[in-house]
Design a protein around this ligand. Structure first.
Ligand code: T4K
Length: 359
């Protein structure tokens, strides 16, 4: 039996991609914001109903760019329950991450605990909409306004998610997204940076392309965060299928919810938000139960992932260890089940039956 992984990238019909590759050959233009990258950017703005969006090379560089563009220093309040790139970007940019525990139900940073972590060095709140579930953006913005802090959202998982009918990318000073092969919508490698402010957007544009060049000199620092025409082409063909991708993911999620509801806990979703089902996390009663299920599934060629274990606050060798009980507990009990376009509903039912037979 074929192996089933936690995810599998969606690929549009090959001939649609090949048509774009022919264009690349004709243009002999491969990178540096070529015509396809520009076309993708425009189509993404239209699709997501946002402005000030940049297509970049990955979701990690998008975070680095956000910190750089806002010229952030000092302490950045962040979540311990995320992919390591969220924390790494803070450390790499010379800032200090200050972890605040999460809410056990929605798995996002707990705004009620943010204020007690604020010091005179705090400049920013950088949190993740984990598994695409919007943070309590209103509460976070209120705290930020009161203490004059910037807000960055790592929206790596949240492509297409809407909150009260608005794109989730519109909240905070900057939102970033990952368009990695493992995401709901992808361009192979890729990322997005969306800024609230036009001037910040302009600055991000310079940062993406080695900084601002003026006449014969240099005016500001930058990096290379551009993406190639081949990646953009993949994005253009895949974008036509996001409706179908979502529909299939919804069907898979419905089966998981129906069959597993009495035996595991699900992430409490923000009631004002849509869900893209980028991931399907389930929370077991104990870590032992999770490990039993994971092993049993592996014996049946089904490979789940412990996103996100262990808690970032207590596991990074280059940072002091801090024990935050809720994120430590959740990270031990949370398992992401397979969810992707090509996963059959029959296999989804089989996965559920194997889980139910183990717990
Ligand atoms: N912030 C957050 C909250 C994030 O979750 C991420 C990335 C970032 C920031 C940074 O964004 P990027 O710089 O990555 O754009 C994966 C992804 O590499 C990473 O993008 C993602 N989050 C993270 C949660 O997961 P791994 O090490 O678990 O991936 P890997 O290679 O083990 O792939 C997982 C499964 O997907 C495989 O078992 C099989 C399948 N797969 C994977 C690839 C790459 C395929 O079938 N085909 C493929 O091409 O990190």
């Amino acid at each position: 039996m074929d192996k089933i992984f936690v995810t599998k990238p969606f690929l549009a019909p090959r001939k649609e991609y090949d048509a774009y590759v022919s264009k690349i050959w004709d243009n002999q233009w491969l990178t540096n914001m070529g015509p396809l990258a520009v076309e993708l950017e425009n189509k993404l703005c239209e699709h997501l109903k946002v402005e000030n969006l940049l297509y970049v090379s990955n979701g990690t560089i998008a975070l680095h760019m956000a910190i750089k563009a806002l010229d952030l220093k000092g302490e950045i309040i962040t979540t311990p329950f995320s992919f390591v790139a969220t924390t790494n970007s803070i450390v790499w940019e010379g800032c200090t991450p200050v972890f605040v525990d999460i809410n056990a139900d929605n798995l996002n940073i707990n705004p009620a605990k943010i204020e007690e972590a604020i010091t005179d060095k705090t400049t920013t709140i950088l949190s993740t909409h984990i598994f695409g579930n919007p943070c309590d953006v209103e509460a976070i913005q209120k705290i930020a306004d009161k203490h004059n802090l910037k807000v960055i959202y790592d929206a790596a998982h949240a492509f297409g998610v809407k909150l009260n009918g608005k794109s989730i990318f519109e909240f905070g000073d900057i939102s970033t997204c990952s368009l990695h092969a493992t995401k709901f919508y992808h361009t192979g490698e890729g990322g997005l940076v969306i800024a609230k402010d036009k001037e910040v957007h302009k600055k991000l544009g310079y940062i993406r392309n080695h900084g601002l060049h003026e006449k014969e000199g240099f005016a500001s620092i930058g990096t290379n965060a551009k993406n190639s025409e081949f990646h953009a082409a993949l994005g253009l063909v895949n974008l036509n299928y996001v409706g179908e991708i979502l529909e299939k993911r919804q069907q898979i999620a419905a089966i998981y919810k129906l069959k597993l509801q009495d035996n595991v806990k699900f992430q409490t979703w923000n009631t004002d938000a849509s869900n893209n089902y980028c991931y399907f996390p389930v929370i077991f009663k104990t870590e032992q139960e999770l490990l039993r299920v994971k092993e049993h599934l592996e014996q049946n060629n089904i490979f789940t992932r412990r996103y996100f274990y262990p808690s970032l606050a207590s596991s990074l060798p280059y940072l002091p260890t801090i024990h935050l009980p809720i994120s430590e507990d959740i990270s031990k009990r949370c398992l992401c089940l397979p969810i992707y376009f090509d996963l059959s509903l029959k296999d989804t039912v089989r996965i559920c039956d194997l889980i139910l037979a183990t717990i």
